[in-house]
Design a protein around this ligand. Structure first.
Ligand code: ICS
Length: 520
């Protein structure tokens, strides 16, 4: 049983570790009212974790993909190198005159003497050099651990350079050690994007239905598949934060009628702040999986409430499903009843369950690396989450309604829709969607993962590069759900087709039964 498996996964630990890990490892006994999970807490030193750092979450995840902002890492060269497009967020130039800087990795290449004597001069010189060379619209600067430790004031350097160069220059205090994972960096990034980019350009956008997609980073081209579907439906996406997106899109995206949120973990802050300041309502969507995609499209059409759009969406769904249906029906013959486990990031461990459900597969265990309780248990637990010291050192910015630009009509529309039972600001979390008595494991360790494989032998595990080869050495195929193992897109309808074929191929291969580790 799941309870016995849980105990066996924990039994090797010393008492204190066992107590802490025990809180982060639950049997989902009552999916309708999820139990309290330990999440967003420090990893026990010595345990092998999949987590990243605050800098990774800020530069590497949320802001780095904006292709025509010139991103400069202030720090030792390794931080810049390892965050250099390593996440497969795709980009292309879409308008004449645009530039894509993401082929470059820019760093101040901090050395010992900068750490001793301070690196502010070095940073100002780097900004100047980058400007002279590229003349970008905007430059953003990211602080790494040593910058925080020696106290370089990156913000005053940025302010001075902004004045001197006459372009937008802004910095992020996303020192790697802040918070307990990359999640802290998401929050810092959201604050900075909101303060330095959102709302700068009030040019009206001519379109009937205008939305932003928040928390979609175009891994493997996912955002482009979503773009394709929306274009078919006649819905204008002003900005996708932050996948395949330009500086101008972001500065203008407060002109939208609606924000839809894909990755709740990384960008819920932005959704809230944009609603407070501009009155733009938001709700959660999921374009991973055919059922999720259909439901999300229908909800967006319902929000606008226009018969023309509602009909168009149904027409698009029918046309797309004509292509998806034969594939999924064929694949199900082999995938039905197979099992999967998913340990990914802060939203995919949930979203990808929809694709496995589409294939009639069972997810026996899942967990996030760094999500918070609301991503597991749903947003209704938000008021009861205690703020601890690790979260307290992340700035909370106070946002107020914009006296001129707050859109009353959106707010009124939201109110009347709510009265009719429509839900906004709605994230139910992962546990409600998982089957009874499945395992939910936060920040899983390599030891726990090995035990899980021994006990359950799932047919496939969705995870990342840090544990991929541990999993495969144990004879279980691993699909990387961060980089997609160079495949994708997996979002939307065409993405689902790609995923079904890929998982069918991987779980039908006999190679895993034939491999033996050298010591066996
Ligand atoms: Fe959100 Mo890897 Fe996203 Fe999520 Fe986030 Fe990261 Fe990636 Fe993963 C992410 S923003 S980089 S959906 S695109 S930090 S795959 S939470 S861990 S599951």
């Amino acid at each position: 049983s799941a309870a016995e498996a849980r105990e066996q996964m924990l039994e090797a630990y010393p008492k204190k570790t066992l107590r802490k890990r025990g809180k982060q490892m639950l049997v989902n006994t009552d999916p309708k009212s999820p139990a309290e999970i330990g999440a967003n807490s420090r990893t026990v030193p010595g345990i092998i974790t999949q987590r990243g750092c605050s800098y990774a979450g800020c530069k590497g995840v949320v802001i780095g993909p904006i292709y025509d902002v010139l991103h400069i890492t202030h720090g030792p060269i390794g931080c810049g190198w390892y965050s250099w497009l390593s996440r497969r967020n795709m980009n292309k130039i879409r308008k004449e005159g645009e530039t894509n800087y993401l082929q470059y990795s820019m760093s101040t290449d901090m050395q010992e003497d900068h750490i001793v004597f301070g690196g502010e001069k070095q940073l100002a010189a780097a900004i100047q050099e980058a400007y002279d060379e590229f003349k970008p619209k905007a430059i953003s600067v990211y602080a790494t651990c040593p910058v925080g430790l020696i106290g370089d004031d990156i913000h005053s350097v940025c302010r001075n350079m902004k004045e001197k160069l006459g372009i937008n220059v802004f910095g992020f205090s996303c020192e790697g050690y802040k918070g307990v994972s990359q999640s802290a960096g998401h929050h810092i990034a959201n604050n900075g994007v909101f303060k330095h980019m959102i709302g700068l350009d009030d040019t009206p956008v001519e379109a009937k239905y205008k939305i932003n997609i928040l928390g979609e980073y175009n891994i493997g081209g996912d955002a482009w598949e979503i773009d394709r579907i929306f274009a078919r439906c006649g819905i204008k996406i002003i900005g996708t934060l932050s996948g395949g997106v330009s500086y101008d899109d972001i500065t203008n995206c407060h002109m939208a009628d609606l924000n839809v949120v894909m990755c709740h973990r990384s960008i819920n802050y932005m959704a809230e702040m944009m609603e407070t300041k501009f009155g733009i309502p938001w709700f959660k969507v999921n374009f991973i999986g055919i059922e999720g995609t259909k439901k999300s499209l229908r909800k967006i059409a319902e929000y606008f409430g226009d018969k023309e759009l509602i009909d168009k969406v149904e027409e698009v769904i029918a046309a797309e499903m004509a292509e998806v249906r034969p594939v999924v029906e064929d694949v199900r013959k082999r995938t039905a009843g197979k099992t999967a486990a998913l340990f990914v990031g802060g939203s995919r461990a949930h979203h990808y369950q929809d694709l496995f459900t589409d294939m009639d597969m069972q997810v026996i265990a899942a967990g996030y690396e760094f999500a918070h309780r609301d991503d597991y248990e749903g947003r209704d637990v938000l008021p009861s989450i205690k703020v601890d010291a690790d979260s307290r050192n992340i700035e909370e910015i106070t946002v107020e309604a914009d006296p001129e630009r707050y859109n009353m009509s959106h707010a009124e529309r939201k109110k009347s829709l709510e009265e009719a039972g429509f839900t906004f600001e709605d994230y139910e979390g992962m546990m409600r969607q998982m089957a009874k008595d499945t395992l939910v494991i936060d920040d899983i360790s390599h030891h726990e993962l090995e035990k899980l494989i021994e006990l359950y032998k799932p047919d496939i595990i969705g995870s990342g590069v840090k544990d991929k080869y541990v999993i495969e050495k144990m004879g279980v195929p691993c699909k990387q759900l961060h980089s997609y193992d160079y495949g994708g897109p997996y979002a939307g309808f065409k993405g689902a087709i790609n995923f079904f074929k890929e998982i069918d191929r991987m779980t039908s291969s006999n190679i895993w039964k034939l491999t033996r580790a050298p010591w066996q």
